[in-house]
Ligand binder design. Structure first.
Ligand code: SAM
Length: 270
């Protein structure tokens, strides 16, 4: 066994029932490519390798990679930082060109891992991930709630998130300070090409993803203000007023789709 390192978010799962429930949450078929983030001492890894032939895991801690190579010599465990993973490359040659991702995440980088997966959406089939309960609640939050924010909108535009079940602190060693939850993200097959900003003079058909992210961030960064105020700089840049009905609304009142429509409206050339 290895001594857990707090800095790496190492809280190891101990309970066989919870482990089975998490692995059962993957809907991937036996022939699909499955990748585990942060196998640690292999709580989920053994069962995953039994179920999926095309399976590998990415772990940043050399000690854990070494430990797994002796405990599970037939499992492919790659030493590396998940934040540097090129997901489209990982999906090359996978069945349907898409991968399934699973992991009891290191909580200190949950958002970064999530945004990395969202950016690679066309190459991902599903993701079953354990995260802090409060973050899970933000992912699935509906408009007009205090949990609804940038993460909710970004995630709900890229995939369908479901909070499957909470996980008690007591099933980990060491016991974490926070509660956890399992979330499943289901991605729809998408066209490979990234949405592009329209050429001047042509109608906007696809949303400019960079502008969309900027609109969402700017609106939520001052979530107490009305959109007329919070988005004033973006609106000024595009020489536009808000469409009727939006002036006195706040970011939390807009659905994810409303943000797409607002961005398309800004993109439209007059
Ligand atoms: N899967 C194991 C379990 O459930 O018991 C370990 C989960 S533990 C919460 C998170 C794991 O992610 C640790 O093994 C940690 O070393 C690993 N990790 C932390 N940062 C990482 C990174 N940047 N890239 C890859 N793995 C990382």
């Amino acid at each position: 066994m290895i001594q857990p390192i707090k800095r790496l978010g190492q809280n190891f799962l101990r309970d066989p029932n919870t482990i089975r429930k998490i692995v059962d949450s993957l809907e991937a078929s036996a022939g699909d490519r499955v990748i585990e983030i942060g196998p640690g001492t292999g709580a989920l890894t053994g069962l995953l390798a039994e179920r999926f032939e095309d399976f590998s895991a990415i772990e940043v801690d050399e000690r854990a990679v070494e430990y797994l190579s002796t405990q599970m010599p037939n499992v492919r465990v790659v030493l590396g930082d998940v934040l540097k993973i090129n997901w489209p490359e990982m999906a090359e040659g996978a069945s349907g060109g898409r991968i399934s991702v699973i992991g009891n995440l290191p909580y200190y980088i949950t958002s970064q891992i999530l945004f990395g997966l969202l950016d690679a959406a066309p190459h991902i089939q599903e993701a079953v991930i354990m995260m802090q309960y409060e973050v899970a609640a933000r992912l699935v939050a509906r408009p007009r709630t205090k949990e609804y924010g940038i993460l909710s909108v970004a995630v709900q535009l890229a995939c369908t998130p479901k909070l499957l079940f909470p996980v008690s602190k007591n099933v980990f060693y060491p016991k974490p300070d926070v509660r956890s939850a399992i979330v499943r993200l289901e991605f729809q097959p998408q066209p490979e090409s990234m949405p592009r900003a329209p050429e001047a003079g042509t109608p906007a058909t696809q949303v400019d993803s960079k502008l969309l992210r900027r609109v969402i961030r700017t609106a939520f960064n001052q979530r107490r203000k009305t959109l007329r105020n919070s988005l004033s700089s973006v609106l000024g840049e595009f020489g536009k007023n808000l469409p009727d009905g939006l002036e006195s609304k706040r970011a939390e009142e807009l659905s994810p789709q409303d943000f797409v429509e607002l961005t398309l409206y800004l993109q439209e050339t007059i």
